[in-house]
Design a protein around this ligand. Structure first.
Ligand SMILES: [Zn+2]
Length: 108
C-alpha cells in the first residue's frame, strides 16, 4: 500500500510533532493529527463528511417525491450519498415510523 499524507507527521505551531491518529467523531472515523507536546488536534478533510451529516441531521434535506410506476422514489442528495459512501445497488431497509416519518437503514 502506498503511503498517504495521512500517515505523515506534521510540525505543530508549538514546535512539537503532530502524529497521525484516527479519531472517532460522533461515530465517524476521522483521520487527523495530534501534537505530542501540546495535544492540539488537526482533523483532515474527513471532517467535512461529519459536518455534512450533522447539517442534514439537524435541518433535513428538502426533496420531492417522484413516481416510478406504482411506486414513489425518494432520492438521496449527492452530499449525503458521498458522506455516507452509498452506492446504487446497496441494500437498505425502510421503516415507516409514523404517518410523517420514514427511517432508512443501510444494511452494511
Ligand atoms: Zn503542539
Amino acid at each position: 500500500m502506498s503511503k498517504t499524507i495521512y500517515e505523515d507527521e506534521l510540525e505543530c505551531e508549538c514546535g512539537g510533532t503532530m502524529k497521525p491518529r484516527l479519531f472517532n467523531v460522533e461515530g465517524f472515523a476521522v483521520r487527523g493529527w495530534q501534537c505530542e507536546k501540546c495535544s492540539r488536534i488537526d482533523y483532515s478533510d474527513d471532517m467535512n463528511l461529519v459536518l455534512t451529516v450533522k447539517k442534514f441531521k439537524k435541518d433535513g434535506a428538502s426533496l420531492k417525491l417522484r413516481s416510478v410506476g406504482d411506486t414513489i422514489v425518494v432520492t438521496i442528495p449527492k452530499e449525503i450519498r458521498d458522506a455516507l459512501e452509498l452506492k446504487a445497488g446497496e441494500d437498505v431497509k425502510m421503516y415507516p415510523l409514523s404517518k410523517k416519518k420514514i427511517m432508512v437503514e443501510i444494511e452494511k
